[in-house]
Each structure stands twice: as C-alpha cells, then as structure tokens.
Design a protein around this ligand. Structure first.
Ligand SMILES: Nc1ncnc2c1ncn2[C@@H]1O[C@H](COP(=O)(O)OP(=O)(O)O)[C@@H](O)[C@H]1O
Ligand SMILES: [Mg+2]
Length: 302
C-alpha cells in the first residue's frame, strides 16, 4: 500500500505539491486526477525516489522507495512511457530489466503476451513504436517483477477507447489479486472508467478524495440539465417557481430536482428532448480546476 503524509515539494519558491495526504489500499485502483500542472507527476516522482520531498513523506509498504531492496519486485513504475531508450527493441528493454531483477527470461514472453505486443512488434526499436505501444511496453515493464504496488503516470495516454478498456480489465484483475494501483490522468472520463477510488488534485492540493461512486454522484441532486423544444418558456416557468436558471450548452441548468423540472414542463405542455440530473460534485470541481488551463480537453468531459 501507498501512504503519502503531508507531502510538500517546492522547486525554488514554487510549490508544486502543497501538503497533500492520501493512501492507496490493496485491492483498489486509485485514480490520481488533475489538470496538467496539478502536481501528479511530481508526487509520483517523490514516491519512487526520483525527487526528494521538501517536507512530509511518501511511503510504499511502510518504506521509502530508496530503502526497498530490489524495488522492481515490489513496486512497478511507469512514469514516462517515452523515456525508454529509443534505440532498443521492446524485448531488449524487458530482457535487461528481467536480468537486473533476477527473473527468468520466460517472464519477458509472458509480459509481452499479457500486453498484446506481438513477437514482431517486440523486435522493433522503440523509436518506431506508437505512444499506445510504448504504454503497453511500459505496463509490461512495470508488471515484470510481479510487484504488489503499481504506480502509473498517465498510462492511458495514447490508448484508444478499446485500449483503455483493456487496461481497466488488466488493472482490475491485478487489484482483485490484492495489488494496489495508483494511476494518474488529466482526463476525468479516463479515470472514471478505470479507478475505484479517486484523488482529485489541483494546484498542488488535494481538493477531493474518496470512493469513485460517491464522488461522481456528488452530494447535490437538485440540479437538472434539461433541453426542450421551448427553452425560453421553460426558463420562465422555472424562474416563476423560484428555481435558478442558467444556459448550459443547448439547454438549461435548473436548480431543481429532475422530477420538479419534468412536472413544470408537463404543466406548461413543453416537450422535453433531454432531462437528467446535472450535479456531479466531482465533475463541477474538475471543470472549475481545469477551466483556466485545459480548455482543449473539455470535449470528453462536459
Ligand atoms: N523540475 C522542476 N522544476 C521546476 N518546476 C517544476 C519541475 N517539475 C515540475 N514543475 C512544476 O510543478 C508543477 C506540477 O508539475 P507536474 O507534477 O508535472 O504536474 P502534472 O503531472 O499534474 O501535470 C508544474 O507547474 C510544473 O511546471
Ligand atoms: Mg504529469
């Protein structure tokens, strides 16, 4: 398991990670979600000993990474899928790592098969790999030593939706066997697919954490997103009832439960084309965090 306690990381006067605390439990996939620049990679670097903490601690199984003998047998790490030596083949990278960890060569073939890299692909140099192939190789590398903890930075980057689904089942099986997974992403819909637990980070601080279901459902159920054939009339009717109304995409966001909005529309004989609960506490929070920096990525989220 992973434990991060009051971790702070400063670069000069800049605070990249600001007093964050969280833990990742065995049997769970924990998503580390936040916009670019939020501090995810920095946190993971401290966790695996690539950057010193300014204060606080980051422990894996109760130890600092640097103090774990043969760490690859305990912790699988994928930090930057493009950081592998571009001139080596996929098979060479795994074979070298297997030798370093004292693992049999057969483990390399097992891992290649697990991540669906064909023998022909494994013979290619990494510089000719697509980002998705690099991610698969990185995951094979992380899993090679049969570790009980996985730390994966943006592993879904470059994977297509089928690849993301593949990774979810891989990580779910891994967690079901008792492993702990911490994986980061800057895309809500990606982690939503993969993780059981979520830690939402913005500007170096944890702004929400907990069970995914609970976080996604949010605490307010009194916001409705609605589209109708006459939004103007529907807005007027909602305001008459004292509900808040604002424009949202093609429709309206109304501060009332869906049943209330449905009733209003029925009363006024307005045809609804879309009606759904609009409040996801997490989604709102994430949009708030991302709105200033990540406009390009909102497509899949909104
Ligand atoms: N070596 C460094 N020196 C100075 N600033 C850094 C360094 N590494 C990261 N940062 C800054 O720390 C912040 C967090 O970065 P990072 O952890 O990479 O975020 P994320 O992975 O969530 O996108 C960013 O503002 C980044 O520019
Ligand atoms: Mg990062």
């Amino acid at each position: 398991m992973i434990e991060v306690n009051s971790l702070t990381k400063r670069y000069g006067a800049f605070t990249a990670v600001d007093d964050i605390s969280f833990s990742c439990q065995p049997g769970r996939v924990t998503g580390f979600l936040g916009p670019n620049g939020a501090g995810k990679t920095t946190t993971m670097k401290v966790l695996v000993g690539l950057a010193p903490a300014t204060s606080g601690e980051a422990l894996i199984g109760g130890h600092r990474y640097a103090d774990i003998p043969n760490p690859g047998r305990h912790v699988g790490v994928l930090l930057d899928a493009s950081a592998q030596h571009a001139g080596r083949t996929g098979r060479e990278v795994l074979t070298l790592a297997a030798m370093e960890m004292g693992l049999p060569r057969t483990r390399v073939d097992e891992m290649l098969a697990l991540v669906s890299l064909t023998p022909a692909e494994a013979k290619r140099r990494i510089r000719n790999y697509s980002l998705g192939m690099r991610q698969r190789l990185g995951i094979a590398h992380a899993l090679l030593g049969d570790p009980s903890v996985l730390i994966l930075d943006e592993p879904a980057n470059g994977l297509d939706p089928a690849g993301i689904r593949w990774m979810r089942s891989l990580l779910k099986e891994y967690a079901d066997r008792g492993g702990s997974v911490l994986l980061s992403s800057h895309l809500l819909n990606e982690v939503e697919l993969i993780a059981d637990e979520l830690i939402l980070i913005g500007h170096g601080r944890v702004v929400a954490q907990g069970d995914k279901q609970t976080l996604l459902e949010g605490t307010h159920h009194d916001v409705t997103l609605v589209t109708s054939l006459d939004n103007t009339a529907l807005a007027a009717a909602a305001e008459e009832h004292g509900f808040s109304v604002e424009a949202a995409g093609q429709g309206l966001r109304i501060g009332a439960a869906t049943v209330e909005v449905g009733r209003l529309a029925a009363d006024k004989q307005i045809v609804l084309t879309d009606l759904r609960s609009g409040a996801s506490g997490l989604e709102d929070l994430f949009l708030e965090l991302t709105s200033s920096t990540q406009r390009d990525d909102l497509g899949g989220v909104a």
